[in-house]
Design a protein around this ligand. Structure first.
Ligand code: NDP
Length: 313
């Protein structure tokens, strides 16, 4: 029987994980990395988020590492991460649904200028604002059409948005116009009223969103960042918002996290900040997905979200 050692979230949340796995996968043996009697064996699976430095040597010994996040850039960037050990990213239906809900909410918030409503309410002001675009008039552009981006794109298209996506390799998705590669980027951006970032953080995508990049969008476009804060040059984003190049931004991810108390992003009248929570699935759904991936690995089946350490996602 497979054994999963929980290192994610420190010793404090072990009880939560234990209960979640007891419900989602009663056959799986689960133990805590932090219990003194736990010895890490080559037949073990380990669940991680941000392991402590001294844990990396033991991670090199295990059968596979499973991450509670879909983005694994922080692991791959660690000098001691064992690249030879299979690494499985978080996924599953609930994670994708939550992300689709978040992006839908953010896109409609940008179209209705909900940030202005919130500020007006704080000041007890009753001022009408007119609507920039209806859903059907809005051209959404999603950077990254993978597990999450593909799901979000299909969901938004079903809701009546005009949806396009940008990725590295060719693909077809129902009712989604797919732009491929660097040379297609200017055309993709110039047809985009609301840009959604759902890229992984890799050497090719970090610092991608600069002022020059944003100048390709129609003036007054909106921006939703649910990828990583490192994708965006923050000063350039602020300049784009302050000059009207962008009309608003919804940021679930920032750099660094947590966002420092003194950051100008907090109080900016055109920015909504949320605490990296767009698709944080319940422990039960995460446990279900992790257990499913372990079953696949035990049967010699490659899990869909096995990370390729060479591409970084
Ligand atoms: P996937 O690996 O499934 O998809 C990544 C997509 O990005 C693919 O379509 C890939 O293209 C595309 N891509 C990668 N590099 C490039 C590039 N250089 N140029 C163009 N396209 C590129 O990832 P997920 O959908 O599972 O997750 C995406 C990211 O979302 C995560 O890495 C993480 O950073 C973020 N995330 C944020 C969360 C939050 O709560 N805010 C929660 C979960 C994830 P191709 O298919 O052609 O290879």
């Amino acid at each position: 029987m497979a054994r999963l050692i929980i290192s994610a979230d420190g010793p404090e949340r072990f009880t939560v994980w234990k209960e979640a796995f007891a419900k989602a996968a009663p056959d799986l043996t689960v133990c805590s990395w932090y219990a003194p009697e736990t010895e890490v064996l080559p037949s073990d699976y380990v669940l991680v988020w941000q392991p402590e430095d001294e844990h990396y040597a033991a991670l090199a010994q295990v059968k596979a590492i499973l991450c509670t996040g879909a983005g694994v850039d922080h692991l791959l960037q660690h000098p001691d991460f064992p690249l030879h050990v299979p690494l499985v990213r978080m996924g599953g239906e609930q994670t994708a649904q939550l992300m689709a809900d978040y992006v839908t909410w953010a896109a409609i918030s940008l179209n209705r200028d909900a940030r202005t409503w919130a500020l007006q309410q704080q000041r007890h002001e009753w001022v009408y604002n007119s609507v920039a675009r209806t859903t059907a008039e809005t051209r959404i552009g999603i950077m990254g059409l993978g597990h999450l981006g593909g799901y979000v794109a299909t969901h938004l298209a079903r809701m009546g948005f005009q949806v396009a996506g940008w990725k590295r390799s060719r693909a077809t998705l129902p009712d989604v116009q797919v732009y491929v590669g660097q040379e297609a980027l200017p055309d993709f951006l110039s047809r985009t009223d609301i840009l959604v970032n759902l890229l992984p953080s890799t050497p090719h995508t970090r610092d991608l969103v600069t002022l020059k990049f944003l100048e390709n969008l129609p003036r007054g476009a909106g921006f939703i960042n649910v990828g990583r804060g490192e994708h965006v040059v923050q000063q350039d984003l602020l300049q784009a918002l302050n000059t009207g190049l962008l009309s608003g931004a919804v940021l679930d991810v920032v750099a660094p996290e947590p966002l420092p108390h003194e950051s100008p992003l907090w109080d900016h009248p055109r920015i909504t900040v949320t605490p990296h929570t767009a698709s944080h699935a319940s422990a039960y759904w995460q446990a279900k997905y992790i257990a499913q991936s372990i079953t696949q690995l035990e049967r010699g089946v490659t899990p869909a979200l096995l990370c390729n350490p060479h591409t970084g996602y």
